[in-house]
Design a binder for this molecule. Structure first.
Ligand code: ATP
Ligand code: MG
Length: 307
């Protein structure tokens, strides 16, 4: 089984308005809500693709109950840990006139030491019960958790014999590296923020200095570059970019990588799937969804080159 860990899960709320105008009141024409947070999106995509997965992380309070209920309704298996206070919400205001989105991200509860320790203990017991081959650590760390929080979870995954993938930004990414995660998957902006260089090769080299092993850099419509610790690199992309909703494309990419590692698929097949799954996610209006027919149609179109 694949385990995804979302330390800072959220309930994503979307308001639609005719026109968003600062300093004014608005009539909301539609409201939607959905469990969110990167690891939950990864688990949702893996579920849709038919891979056994369990989502874990910290959720709490009334918002936590809504997160659990939404995942259950969507058929995504979850084993959350309480102990972190009431979960956060994000609010996205979609302006029909502008055709764009304005996003408000609540920071979420500040975690105390015991809150974080309950997440660690929950993951430890889940790893003991379920034979997880791959653990995915995704997204931001809650406030109050030290920057090396993910390093502790990487080490825990390794102690249970699992391979560990980290998809995080900034200090949380850098802090994870000391524990040697098997694969990290920054996008180009995250790579630049973590290393201070815009150049992909130099950025990957800098991550390696900090302890990274395999590095997959996602490049939006230009696909991905995979730089394994050993052997040749790969560039994979679609010949023509798709238009759609790129939110959550990176999570679908990480889902494909986790499935590839769990199935020992080899890099060529894994990067092909990663491009096909993430491109299929672009065609979906919400993060965490994917259509198997889109994946089947896109996979043969993916261009894969050794580099
Ligand atoms: N317009 C597009 N057309 C086709 N594929 C795309 C497009 N945009 C993104 N993708 C695919 O999605 C993958 C991930 O996109 P991106 O690099 O934007 O990740 P990200 O910024 O980490 O996304 P996320 O916000 O989900 O974390 C890319 O590697 C690519 O394969
Ligand atoms: Mg991403």
């Amino acid at each position: 089984v694949i385990l995804t860990v979302t330390p800072n899960a959220a309930l994503d709320i979307t308001y639609e308005v005719d026109e968003l105008v600062a300093h004014q009141s608005h009539r909301v024409t539609a409201v939607r809500q959905r469990a969110g947070g990167k690891g939950l999106n990864v688990a949702s995509v893996l579920t849709r693709m038919g891979h056994p997965v369990i989502a874990t992380g910290l959720v709490g309070g009334a918002v936590g109950d809504e997160i659990r209920a939404d995942l259950e309704a969507r058929g995504v298996a979850a084993r959350f840990v309480a102990g972190g206070g009431c979960s956060r919400r994000t609010v996205t205001v979609v302006s029909a006139l502008h055709g764009d989105a304005t996003i408000f991200n609540e920071p979420g509860p500040e975690l105390t030491g015991p809150g974080w320790q309950s997440l660690v203990a929950g993951l430890d017991s889940l790893l003991g019960e379920a034979t997880a081959t791959v653990v995915v650590l995704s997204g931001s760390l809650p406030r109050g958790v030290p920057d090396d929080g993910y390093a502790e979870l990487v080490a825990l995954g390794h102690a249970h014999g699992a391979r560990v993938v980290v998809d995080a930004d900034g200090a949380a990414l850098r802090g994870a590296l000391t524990a040697g995660p098997d694969l990290v998957a920054p996008n180009r902006a995250e790579l630049a923020r973590a290393t201070g260089t815009q150049d992909v090769a130099a950025g990957v080299a800098a991550l390696r200095e900090l302890g990274a092993r395999d590095v997959l850099v996602s490049c939006g419509a230009d696909g991905l570059v995979l730089m394994p610790e050993e052997g040749a690199g790969w560039h994979a992309r679609l010949p023509v970019p798709l238009s759609g909703n790129p939110t959550g494309a990176g999570d679908a990419l990480v889902a494909a990588v986790a499935a590839g590692l769990a199935g020992d698929s080899g890099w060529q097949r894994t990067v092909q799937d990663a491009v096909a799954w993430s491109a299929a996610a672009v065609l979906q209006p919400v993060a965490g969804e994917i259509d198997l027919d889109d994946v089947a149609r896109l996979a043969p179109q993916v261009l894969v080159e050794a580099r």
